[in-house]
Design a protein around this ligand. Structure first.
Ligand code: TXA
Ligand code: MG
Length: 317
């Protein structure tokens, strides 16, 4: 298949492909997603094939209007309403009981469904023009860093999907926060674009965190993720420079290394998330033997450190 490179002006073409059951990669404010009609099992199955994604890892359903939520879920807790008021549209995904219309290909057979109302205008226009909710995982080959540019999607999936819409770089750069709303106390299953502190502030109570449990409630958490091909070590403080390494680090530390890739500035934590995945992909293209990524401790860097730890595990387990 020839993958079409579309612009945001080509939404109608993209929407028609979605209605025909094809896959279209599309920018969101977090990362590029690989979208299909969430209510079409055959289309959803194509996502798993194109990405090489394990069948038991469920997908997030994206909507462009809160009024579509009741059709997809069995119950909307009061806490969820507060969070929607504060963070939708945005980088928060919430897990609810799944309504019968949601195909089991989307939920991977779980009784729950993850839903997000994204904020990116191109993604919103595509959902509206297609007239259906869109199932969309990150648009990378399974296991590799998520794409934050249309070119990253093509590097991984050219020839395997119908089209990619080039909407420029993603603003946030790491995936949405996934929050399970089905228990008594909401539980963060994946750290991401909305911080734990902001969620707790809005709800006026604390949430639990279950991103590393033995029996993950978010099946995606058990898989190797976000990892470059070269071995990677994540450290919290600058290291001694060495031959054969490429160091992904904040701009303030780049002078310490002969082979450095800057991924953002310490003084602006959000820039580190924004630049992380592109830096990991760039590091893979160098002739270094291994990658060292420097990410400081501290809550502002939680999502970045989480991704680096998972990328690191791929090579140590
Ligand atoms: O920012 C994002 O969330 C991006 C953009 C495209 O929206 N999407 C994304 O999707 O990162 P994906 O498939 O790469 O990650 C979805 C995560 C996985 O860890 C998956 O296991 C979890 O959400 N998930 C999906 N449905 C779930 C469910 N019903 N219960 C628990 N976890 C679920
Ligand atoms: Mg992903």
């Amino acid at each position: 298949m020839r993958t079409l490179l579309l612009t945001p002006g080509d939404i109608e073409t993209a929407a028609e492909l979605i209605r025909q059951g094809e896959l279209v990669a599309v920018p969101t404010e977090t990362v590029y997603g690989l979208a299909a009609n969430a209510l079409d099992t055959a289309a959803v199955n194509k996502i798993f094939t194109a990405k090489g994604r394990p069948q038991d890892n469920p997908l997030i359903v994206h909507i462009s209007d809160r009024r579509r939520l009741p059709e997809l879920v069995t119950h909307i807790p009061d806490d969820a309403v507060k969070l929607m008021d504060a963070f939708w549209p945005g980088a928060l995904t919430m897990v609810f009981g799944a309504a019968a219309c949601v195909p089991s290909a989307v939920t991977a057979g779980l009784p729950t469904v993850a839903v997000r109302f994204p904020g990116h205008p191109v993604m919103l226009e595509l959902i509206k023009a297609a007239g259906v909710p869109l199932a969309a995982p990150s648009g990378n080959r399974s296991g590799l860093p998520s794409p934050t540019l249309a070119g990253h999607v093509l590097d991984d999936l050219d020839g395997k999907i119908a089209a990619v819409i080039d909407g420029g770089p993603c603003e946030i750069g790491v995936e949405s926060t996934v929050l399970d709303m089905t228990g008594g106390t909401p539980c963060i299953l994946r750290l991401g674009g909305v911080s734990r502190a902001d969620i707790e502030r809005v709800m006026g109570k604390s949430v639990t965190l279950d991103t590393h449990s033995e029996k993950p409630r978010s099946p995606g958490q058990k898989y190797r993720h976000y990892a470059p091909v070269k071995p990677l070590a994540a450290v919290s403080a600058p290291i001694r420079d060495e031959r054969g390494i490429v160091v992904i680090c904040p701009e303030e530390q780049a002078h310490l290394y002969s082979n450095a890739i800057i991924y953002g500035q310490l003084s602006q934590p959000e820039t580190l998330a924004r630049g992380l995945y592109a830096a990991l992909r760039e590091a893979d293209k160098t002739d270094a033997d291994r990658i060292v990524a420097v990410c400081p401790d501290g809550e502002a860097f939680d999502a970045v450190r989480d991704r680096l730890r998972r990328a690191e595990q791929e090579h140590t387990t």
